[in-house]
Write a protein that binds this ligand. Sequence first.
Ligand code: 4AD
Length: 455
Amino acid sequence: EEARRIHIELDPRLPPPQSCQLRDVFASEAAEWIGRRVLVQGWVHNIRFESKKLAFLDLRDGTGFLQCVLTDKLCMTVEAITLFREASVRLWGTLREDARAKGGLELHADYWCIIGPSHRDIEMILTHESNPDVLLTHRHLVIRGRHTSSVLKMRSIITQCFREHYFDRGYVELAPPTIVNTMCEGGSTLFPLDYFGEQAYLTQSSQMYLETAIPAVGDCFCILPSYRAEKSSTRRHLAEFHHLEAEMPFITFAQLLQAIEELVCDVYARVIHRGGELFRELNPNAAPPKRPFKRMDYADAIEFCRQHRIYKDEESRTPFEFGDDIPEAPERRMTDMIGEPILLCRFPIYLKSFYMQPCADDPDLTESVDLLMPGVGEIVGGSMRMWDHDELVKAYEREKMDASAYYWYTDQRKFGSCPHGGYGLGLERFCCYMLGVAHVRDVCLYPRYRGRLTP
Ligand code: 4AD
């Protein structure tokens, strides 16, 4: 009743406000802003009433947070007492110093209004007890939270740092198509697609297109989605992930390993620098990876597992044999036991993709590498590429592939072939590693994995 009668108005006699984003306020010394009248707008992150005549409103505008104080009439209007979290609002007021407020500044409002109201349902949708599935269904709201929005911002910074790493070294960024009619990493994880009546797929990797581009632009890279119809949902597998891939002509296998180590360490340092406070808040225990990375052959990994009672199958305690694929769980156990980055090299030919260059000293092994990081496991996969024309044709036959679809890939070996190699890094896995996040889906805006297609 009383509220219905209370009306507030903007006072035209006050000094004109400076319109600003919250990042501007916290980018410079607090002292510079004390006493200034500003106009800010954003969303109500939180609102709490201390009394009938005093309310604290946490404003969020995507660039930062600001505590705003509403006093007297300002918190007694109908709008104030029916204000729900996540409403968008505009506030006019003066910035004052306050040691208790985060950032040392507080806005004392002299007027405010609602731009877009919210609804009381907001309190019911998300609670601390919400299970992960409910949270994922409402991810469009969850992302507004402090933690999730920080993770998304850090992912943006990490992506920027990767680009800077490449541009500093003269790489050219390319954009190969993601709708393809070839496979790169085996038929079992291909997503089929009807392409105007033709059989097509969502790409598993842009590698082969990057290979064709090295005679055109030299060192190149791309950051694009890749797709895998992964049947199992683990904490590191997505159906759609961002794949950072690079390809380099005239390199050796040793140089390839060096490039991967350099990439991870340089980007790590850049992220610490650019991420600053945001990064430290998310992962206070972060420590740069130890260099040089440990180089380990696949054969030695099998031996390590045998010696340290890491089994192929925990239940039956079946030991690993040379030639076995090392699945995710034992691979992680080994990596965590060793406790430092491992460049795992020289996998048997039949465990890896058709395009990998055999080792000169042992044709049953390939010049291949996986980078394993403690806590996450594999984050990079790479290799030298088969560059001899006839050898590649034989590999198509061995894998029962239709060579005609790969004519352009074969042509690269026909017109000026050269030794070359490259790698692919899973951006989400790298983000998990850097930010100390356990599950790849938590670093995606809207993750895609088996059983999840919304939002
Ligand atoms: O080891 P992969 O399958 O290698 C390739 O696709 C090569 N063609 C890349 C290249 O040489 N250009 O994948 C490379 C990386 C993995 O190490 C992993 O980090 C990520 O891509 N990755 C996935 N990330 C999330 N979900 C999945 N289902 C992934 N599959 C691969």
